[in-house]
Every structure is written in structure tokens, then in C-alpha cells.
Design a binder for this molecule. Structure first.
Ligand SMILES: [Zn+2]
Length: 158
């Protein structure tokens, strides 16, 4: 069994779509990034790569590379899942916490779970996504950006 943790945060920027967990959410701002800015998927990829001891998302998909400019982060996630399989593991479960004062995530979470479970090649019951505000405190509370924490457990593929 292997455990992994991932954390990511991105700044809000106007004039960009807001993509969280593979779902485009109507909002006044998107997230600044070299990729599509999907902060949830980035944290999830880091947790998976951490669990198999393969560094982080920046090592595998450098933001200096044109190949990854504006890329759909689900493509990155599917590549990371391949590395997990190659390393001889499968996802036991993943627990995700999105920290955002706005917009509200709740009604979008079922669609996130459906899409990411497909990318992870697991039943939806292995993926939990929840969201919290910080009651106005800190950068998330001031609506400067969004942060995500992810913990995963990988099991040896049998
Ligand atoms: Zn990121």
C-alpha cells in the first residue's frame, strides 16, 4: 500500500474559463495557468505521483513546454494514471478538498466525480470530492484564488 498527498493553488484571472475537476463552472474569473488551470486535477496528479515516488506534475509536464500550453488537464491525469498502472498499483481511494470562497462547488461535484472516476478507471465510490470556504480568511477567503488538497491510497495491483 502507498499513500500520496497533493496540494495546488492558482490565482484567479479574468477572461479565462474556470475549470475544476474537469468541469467548466460559470464564474467571473478563471484560474491563471500555463495549462487549463484545473487546480483539482493538478493536486490529484501530484498525490498519485507522490504515492509512486515519481516526483510531481511539474517534472513530468514542465510549464516551459509548448506541448502543455492550454492543455486539458484530464489528458495529464490519464497519463499519470498510466504511470500508476505501470508502477504496479491501482487506486484504493482518493479524498479531495477544494478550498474556495466562490463560486459554490456543491452542484458541480457529481459531474466532477463522474469525469475523474472515468479518467482514474475506478468506480465513483473510490473518489470523494468535497468543498469548503475559509469563512473569508486568507487568499481563498479574499477570492484571490482556489486551493486543493488531495490524499490518495494506492493498492498493489493483483
Ligand atoms: Zn496547478
Amino acid at each position: 500500500m502507498r499513500i500520496g498527498h497533493g496540494y495546488d493553488a492558482h490565482r484567479f484571472e479574468s477572461g479565462r474559463p474556470l475549470v475544476i475537476g474537469g468541469v467548466t463552472i460559470p464564474h467571473s474569473h478563471g484560474l491563471a495557468a500555463h495549462s487549463d488551470g484545473d487546480v483539482l486535477i493538478h493536486a490529484l496528479c501530484d498525490a498519485l505521483l507522490g504515492a509512486i515516488g515519481e516526483g510531481d506534475i511539474g517534472r513530468h509536464f514542465p510549464d516551459s513546454s509548448d506541448e502543455f500550453a492550454g492543455i486539458d488537464s484530464r489528458i495529464l491525469l490519464r497519463r499519470v494514471v498510466k504511470r500508476v498502472v505501470t508502477a504496479g498499483y491501482r487506486l484504493g481511494n482518493a479524498d479531495v478538498t477544494v478550498i474556495a470562497q466562490a463560486p459554490r462547488m456543491a452542484k458541480h461535484i457529481p459531474a466532477m466525480v463522474e469525469r475523474l472516476a472515468a479518467d482514474l478507471e475506478v468506480d465513483a465510490g473510490r473518489l470523494n470530492i468535497k468543498a469548503t470556504t475559509t469563512e473569508g480568511m486568507g487568499f481563498a477567503g479574499r477570492e484571490e484564488g482556489i486551493a486543493v488538497h488531495v490524499v490518495v491510497v494506492l493498492l498493489a495491483a493483483s
